[in-house]
Design a protein around this ligand. Structure first.
Ligand code: FES
Length: 194
């Protein structure tokens, strides 16, 4: 049997051959890794895109959905049960913070629900019990208990909400704010006489 003698030169040649054969394999592995990393990031971006899209759709549809007409008392856009007629003394103003209005009972016993938003630039107008008027803290417009302008710059009376009385209970529909130039007696709602 012939013995194959391996010289240093043939040994180097063999090593070189091996190395040159393993290079493409390494390259392929690298490419594979790169490709899988790339596809992972692509999937991640697609996932994030879908989440963002869903959120956008949710926000848009919530904005476009009609407001509930009847629902939780106290929310704007719903019917608010203010309470029984007797709960409100004549010449009184009761704030309904969540409904964003004041329920005013006039001296003749009639009810009016006025918006707390100033008709000048929209500041919230507080009622001054001492002065018996609404005074805007922004530019000092003043309104009487009926929401009519006493002092400018407010250009018109405070807006009103529809009031109705059912079974001696006062209810306010905050679904629609009604603009008005000034006060008119037909804006006042009276309880039925017993
Ligand atoms: S916002 Fe009320 S007076 Fe200007």
């Amino acid at each position: 049997m012939a013995v194959k003698i391996i010289t240093p030169v043939t040994l180097m040649k063999k090593v070189k051959d091996r190395m040159s054969k393993s290079e493409p394999i390494k390259e392929m592995e690298k490419t594979k890794k790169r490709t899988s990393r790339r596809s992972f990031f692509s999937l991640l971006w697609i996932g994030l895109g879908i989440v963002a899209l869903m959120e956008f759709i949710g926000v848009v549809s919530a904005f476009l959905m009609p407001r509930k007409k009847r629902g939780n008392a106290g929310n704007l856009g719903s019917i608010i049960d203010a309470g029984s007629v007797d709960k409100f003394p004549k010449e009184s103003v009761t704030a309904f913070i969540r409904g964003k209005f004041y329920l005013c009972r006039l001296e003749d016993g009639g009810f009016l629900a006025v918006s707390r938003k100033c008709t000048h630039l929209g500041c919230t107008v507080p009622w001054s019990e001492k002065e018996k008027k609404f005074v805007c803290p922004c530019h000092a417009s003043a309104f009487d208990i009926r929401g009519a302008v006493i002092s400018p710059p407010a250009p018109r009376a405070l807006d009103v909400y529809h009031v109705y009385i059912e079974n001696n209970m006062v209810k306010v529909d905050t679904g629609k704010r009604v603009k008005r130039g000034g006060f008119r007696t037909d804006q006042v709602v009276y309880p039925k006489k017993a």
